[in-house]
Write a protein that binds this ligand. Structure first.
Ligand code: NAP
Length: 259
């Protein structure tokens, strides 16, 4: 039976590049996002990389809870060896200026969809050898960035949830591994979406940033590693594979007794 790598948010930026990189490694792909044309374009590119690969195109708006469940259900017959929750967006505004509809969508996509898909994937694959779940957080999931408080808070959820799940699976003897990638500024469509514009200039706004290729290099290093966290230093832009960043009360005498 064929094995697949599933990537959400594969129609653009980091997800698009990541799909091509997994294709170069001979992986069949499930590519998920709203923009069907872009997904079909990606499928063509992947077929040019390796025409023997299977590419399953799954258009879905993951900010709607019912779509998240039906997407996962539609993939039940496939053997998914890696699941990457990458779809997400930000908003560079102070909290009092946030558009509440955009904010709700951000909470649904960045938090709810990641939580649901991670949980469904964990239920099905926790005891399967060589499986992994990688959630894309952000440096903003470890540091609070001005004018991005709501976005950072969604990414703190991603980082804390993913680190916690990783601990839990190791402690309960599961075979699946769980990892979190925390990239810094990367030149993608993210800047446009976060600022509600179409001509975001990374050179003007950040000066230093990573290309998609560089960020996907970090993702692939994390994928190949046994460490749980891939973290970019926001000040130096250096990448390191590291251990958990959050305090974990694993050995505390004050945890609820299981007996
Ligand atoms: P991007 O180029 O804007 O890509 C975002 C992807 O998410 C697109 O494929 C988009 O596809 C998908 N998406 C957005 N809304 C969706 C929805 N409702 N349902 C399904 N898919 C949806 O941005 P990116 O930088 O590659 O972002 C990828 C991840 O990296 C995000 O989680 C982001 O928070 C994180 N990140 C980015 C940066 C950065 O500076 N770029 C830094 C740190 C972390 P459709 O529009 O076709 O749905």
């Amino acid at each position: 039976m064929n094995k697949y790598v599933a990537i959400t948010g594969a129609s653009s930026g980091i997800g698009y590049e990541a799909a091509k990189r997994f294709a170069q490694r001979g992986k069949n792909l499930i590519i998920i996002a709203r923009n069907t044309d872009k997904l079909e374009e990606l499928k063509k590119e992947i077929t040019m990389i390796d025409s023997s690969l299977e590419v399953v195109v799954k258009p879905a708006d993951l900010s709607k809870k019912e779509n998240v469940y039906s997407l996962y259900e539609s993939l039940k017959s496939l053997d998914i060896e890696t699941w990457i929750n990458n779809a997400g967006f930000g908003d560079y505004r102070c909290v009092h200026n946030l558009d509440l509809v955009k904010m709700e969508n951000m909470l649904s996509l960045n938090i709810e969809a990641v939580a649901i898909l991670s949980t469904l994937y964990t239920c099905d694959y926790r005891d399967t050898d060589n499986t992994q779940l990688i959630n894309i957080s952000s440096v903003g999931g470890y540091t609070i960035v001005p004018t991005a408080v709501m976005y950072c808070s969604t990414k703190f959820f991603v980082s804390a949830f993913t680190e916690g799940l990783s601990h839990e699976l190791i402690e309960t003897g599961a075979k699946m591994r769980v990892k979190v990638l925390a990239p810094a500024a990367t030149k993608t469509n993210f800047g446009n979406v976060a600022n509600n514009i179409t001509d975001y200039d990374y050179d003007k706004s950040f000066g230093t940033y990573h290309t998609c290729d560089q960020t996907v290099d970090f993702l692939m290093q994390l994928y190949d590693s046994s460490l749980p966290v891939g973290l970019v230093d926001r000040e130096t832009l250096t990448f390191s594979l590291c251990d958990y960043q959050f305090n974990y009360a694993g050995n505390s005498k004050h945890n609820q007794s299981l007996n």
